[in-house]
Design a binder for this molecule. Structure first.
Ligand code: HSE
Length: 370
């Protein structure tokens, strides 16, 4: 199979290559690497010998591939995808960007949740497969076992989203901000007698002062939280918040829409998104049963006991970063009523939230093609 990669150098593309190397996915593929800026340069080493980068804007070179996988971003998709299809390319387009997600012909890929629909789409001749929004994918990875019962009436998701969701520069600026806070408060921290309020005053001064780099975030993210992600769409909702319901429902393929809504908040985590969920059930389900349903969904989700040590050890961005596990914890009935439960879930935004569904889509395609 001839597979072309675009946007392989960025963060999601790099994680995709790491995962493909770890799983030996490159074996048996004829890979071409494309570049928007460095055609003719050296292709990355995937153990297939040296190669040269092709021009990512050369439609003929792209059309030579049976499969194109892009992590290059929405602007690239917008510019290239319609032109490629228009000139008759019928190959499989696998994309991380949001541009095509809500197109009728596009299938959102998250195979532990909608693997059957993906396989059917291939049988039906569909050829546009798009990774979903990271918070949506991570929420469904955690909750699909419960949602499949049909007993979930609605979900409210309050997110704690990592810097990586906004790109590499955002991660870098977060750490720069952390350093700045540390540097400017070091003299106080070094003295054990410093009062906490004195330390706080210094940190606040750094967070609000001119020394802090805020080019990416527009404000302090370290030592703070930013309750706004992406642009305003409608009714005071941000685009990140809008995606939750439309994309979740598209993946789940439900006949009656499942309402999903909440606030999306950026926090100073590096690459794991967390979400606090309020789930309204249609009927009472015992908590043991909820646990069994969540655990039974697939191999990557496990319930963390609702206990302090387990929660702070296993249910945090720090614990989950770099792992394919999507733990779900803090599960309990709420005082709001017998059919309300709460949960907290964490997942790596670069893995199941971005690269892994694309990697696995390629695997499903290979199986389909035999
Ligand atoms: N929009 C997400 C975020 C990134 O900003 O965290 C992945 O979909």
């Amino acid at each position: 199979m001839r597979v072309g990669f675009i946007g392989w150098r960025g963060m999601v593309g790099s994680v995709l290559r790491q995962r493909m190397t770890a799983e030996k996915d490159f074996d048996g593929l004829a890979c071409a690497f494309f570049s928007t800026s460095n055609a003719g340069g050296s292709a990355p080493d995937i153990g297939h010998g040296p190669g040269l980068l092709l021009d990512a804007n050369d439609l003929d070179a792209l059309a030579d591939q049976e499969v194109l996988i892009t992590c290059q971003g929405g602007d690239y998709t917008e510019a290239i995808f319609p032109a490629l299809r228009q000139q008759g390319w019928r190959g499989v387009w696998i994309d991380a960007a949001s541009t095509l997600r809500m197109e009728d012909d596009a299938v959102l890929v998250l195979d532990p949740v909608n693997g059957d629909a993906i396989r059917q789409a291939l049988v039906d001749g569909k050829n546009t497969f798009i990774g979903a929004n990271c918070t949506v994918s991570l929420m469904l990875m955690g909750l699909s076992g419960l949602i499949r019962t049909g007993q979930v009436e609605w979900i409210s998701s309050m997110t704690y989203q990592a810097a990586s969701g906004a790109g590499a520069r955002g991660m870098r600026e977060l750490v720069q901000q952390m350093r700045q806070i540390g540097v400017e408060s070091a003299h106080l921290l070094n003295d054990p007698a410093t009062a906490a309020l004195t330390l706080d005053a210094q940190v606040s001064q750094t967070l609000r002062g001119d020394s802090l780099s805020t080019d990416q975030w527009g404000a302090a993210l370290a030592g703070s939280a930013l309750p706004w992600i992406d642009r305003l769409v409608d009714d005071g909702q941000t685009r990140e918040e809008w995606k939750a319901m439309v994309e979740a429902n598209k993946i789940l393929g439900l006949s009656t829409p499942l309402p999903v809504d909440g606030l999306c908040v950026r926090i100073g985590a590096m690459r794991c998104h967390a979400q606090a969920l309020t789930i309204k059930l249609r009927s009472h389900i015992a908590m043991d049963e909820v646990t069994t349903l969540i655990n039974g969904a697939h191999e990557w989700t496990r319930v963390v006991p609702n206990a302090q040590a387990d929660s702070v050890t296993h249910l945090t961005p720090a614990a989950v970063a770099g792992s394919l596990n999507v733990p779900v914890g803090r599960l309990r009935k709420m005082k709001l009523g017998p059919n309300f439960i709460t949960a907290f879930t964490v997942g790596d935004q670069l893995l199941w939230g971005a690269a892994e569904p694309l990697r696995r889509m390629l695997g499903i395609l290979r199986e389909h093609k035999g």
